[in-house]
Ligand binder design. Structure first.
Ligand code: ACM
Length: 266
């Protein structure tokens, strides 16, 4: 059995140091093997110009990942969080998720499906979906709006992902929670949705984030759920191998029953 969970909080826009301090303080009290934090959780979400994105984003590896890997090494923790990445060569910015573990930075995932004004500020990720074997579980990463694409979760599940780690800043009330619940059931995988809460108001724009982070089991059981508002740490014990059993009934195996030759999708 392993302990997996999320930390739901409300980052302060533009205050990377303060947000990291808050994360560090929370991590000190958490006992878990895998923990997921929200999307863009060191910078905040509601950017108003490309210059602002460029200023607040960082190379990976960089100061934020160096800071956090000191904690993950000491606590023997796997951490997945969303952060703004700047590629120092191309100067392009990405809405990324990073996987940092007991041996330091392991992977970077660049969000390919950009939502709303992210399209103005970030470059979409362009690399195939990948599963990471942590020894204790096989995980895949998605960032927020990626969950609207069943192909993304399915690609990870078909590669053997047992847990989807999903940093988010969801804004459509209830929809993300419903959709990720379905994605867990339709792939028979664990799903850790780490959403932020609170409202951001900047230069006449306003977004309210829906909180209600949740952990869903492969059979659809809701193992944990936060309130729509307020900080929340929730940790559950799971057996990651439960996600390897794709049987839906005595006569139905979800993956063996697939008919890809009929789907005709690109
Ligand atoms: C989202 O992709 N931040 C909804």
């Amino acid at each position: 059995m392993i302990k997996i969970g999320f930390y739901q909080f409300c980052p302060t826009f533009g205050e990377v140091r303060a947000n990291l301090h808050k994360i560090a303080e929370a991590l000190e009290k958490i006992e878990a093997e895998i923990l997921v934090l929200p999307e863009l959780c060191t910078t905040g979400y509601l950017f108003t110009s490309p210059d602002e994105v460029s200023e607040l984003s960082e190379p990976i590896p960089g100061p934020t990942t160096h800071f956090l890997e000191k904690i993950t090494r000491r606590k023997n923790l796997w951490l997945v969080l969303g952060m703004a990445e700047r590629d120092e060569i191309s100067k392009r910015c990405y809405n990324s998720a990073v996987l940092i573990g007991p041996d330091g930075l392991k992977a970077v995932y660049r969000k390919p499906h950009l939502f709303l004004e992210e399209k103005l500020y970030f470059t979409p990720g362009n690399t195939p979906f990948r599963v990471y074997d942590l020894g204790i579980a096989k995980i895949g990463m998605l960032v927020c709006y990626d969950h609207f694409f069943p192909e993304a979760a399915r690609a990870l599940a078909l590669q053997g992902a047992q847990i989807i780690c999903h940093p988010s800043n969801l804004v459509l009330p209830g929809r993300g929670q419903q959709l990720t619940h379905v994605r867990a059931i339709e792939n028979r995988i664990f799903w850790v949705l780490a959403n932020r809460y609170g409202t951001e108001e900047r230069e006449g724009k306003k977004l309210t984030y829906t909180g209600a982070s949740q952990i869903v089991a492969p059979n659809g059981e809701l193992l944990a759920q936060a309130e729509p508002d307020g900080e929340s740490v929730q940790i559950v014990k799971i057996s990651s191998a439960q996600a390897d059993d794709k049987r839906v009934t005595a006569m139905n195996d979800l993956f063996q029953d697939r008919r890809p030759e009929l789907y005709n999708i690109a």
